[in-house]
Design a protein around this ligand. Structure first.
Ligand code: PEP
Length: 236
């Protein structure tokens, strides 16, 4: 079964969450991980769903106002964390901390969904694979001994596809995912690669023709529970 990560980002209120849980009741399998705002992690956990945090702090504890420690999230029962989402890289300079955050998460037995992806300029100037290799190197360096197929998942998310309704052509996506997997082999790694960026009901059947995709990271299309259920029902 493919892995499906639902990234709510900074969306939904407490009432929305209650309604969401009522709608998805018993219709979600073990391959789906919810990444709500930290405030609502417990609501999903109490209902028995797998949960992940959208980020962790680069430090384990201490004077980092506004951050949440991996140790606190672990206490709460998270199974996964996203690291290096393009929004964190853009607004919070997170590329600088990706390596350190992966180290902290893996040492604490939290599985990591590592986001990598090129921006539109880089895509149009054929630099995609150069960017992806650099982001993979930055993440893996010094952490190789901690990484295995079970605990590091790559989410390929072209930045220009996130929230825009655009996705790469199937040929380009197939080629890029193949290149990512080939590059990981040079580290002796065989990791799952998810696709993220405007996955929705209109393109899921087309995306499902790519055998190399091991799952999806879904943002906007995960916010409406009815639509999300229809979407994931189309995933093999
Ligand atoms: C994301 O931000 O991880 C994402 C995939 O968003 P969307 O599905 O809304 O493009």
């Amino acid at each position: 079964m493919k892995l499906i990560c639902a990234n709510f980002k900074m969306n939904l209120t407490r009432n929305d969450i209650k309604n969401y849980l009522n709608v998805i009741n018993d219709k979600i399998k073990d391959n789906v991980i919810f990444f709500p705002t930290s405030l609502y992690l417990n609501d999903f956990k109490e209902e028995g769903y797998k949960i992940g945090s959208q980020d962790i702090s680069f430090k384990d504890f201490g004077s980092v106002t506004g951050d949440t420690s991996v140790l606190q999230l672990k206490d709460m029962g998270i199974n996964y964390t996203i690291i290096g989402h393009s929004e964190r890289r853009e607004y919070f300079n997170d590329s600088k901390y990706v390596n350190q955050k992966i180290n902290l998460a893996l040492k604490n037995n939290i599985k990591v969904v590592l986001c990598i992806g090129e921006n539109l300029n880089e895509f149009e100037s054929n630099q995609t694979i150069i960017i992806l290799k650099k982001e993979l190197d930055d993440a893996i360096n010094n952490n190789l001994d901690l990484i295995n197929r079970d605990n590091l998942i790559i989410a390929y998310e072209p930045i220009w596809a996130i929230g825009t309704g655009k996705i790469p052509t199937i040929d380009i996506l197939n080629k890029t995912i193949l290149e990512i997997k080939e590059y990981l082999k040079s580290y002796n790694l065989n990791l799952k690669v998810l696709y993220g960026g405007s996955v929705n009901l209109d393109n899921i059947e087309e995306l499902e023709t790519i055998n190399l995709i091991d799952g999806y990271l879904i943002g906007g299309a995960s916010l409406n529970p009815e639509k999300f259920l229809s979407l994931i029902n189309k995933v093999n």
